[in-house]
Design a protein. Sequence first.
Length: 90
Amino acid sequence: MTKQRITFTFDAPDARSVHLAGNFNGWNRSSHPLSRAKTSPGHGMWQRTVYLEPGVYEYRFVVNDVWHDDAGSVEGWTNDFGSFNCVIWV
């Protein structure tokens, strides 16, 4: 199967760091850092492109070491910690 290019974005103008964690990286809080998008007004938008095999993936953002949902996600599933994981279908 061909991997798909997926770009994740998160708006956090005051963040010191933003990372992407999900079942595609073992929920590693530091392996997928996002970079500030130079084209966003005020440089508040962060982004990271990853390549994923077709499938269903759960993920969240870690902003300044605190878990956050993706406001742009239209689907989420309850996780074992009583919060929600965002879901993306590739």
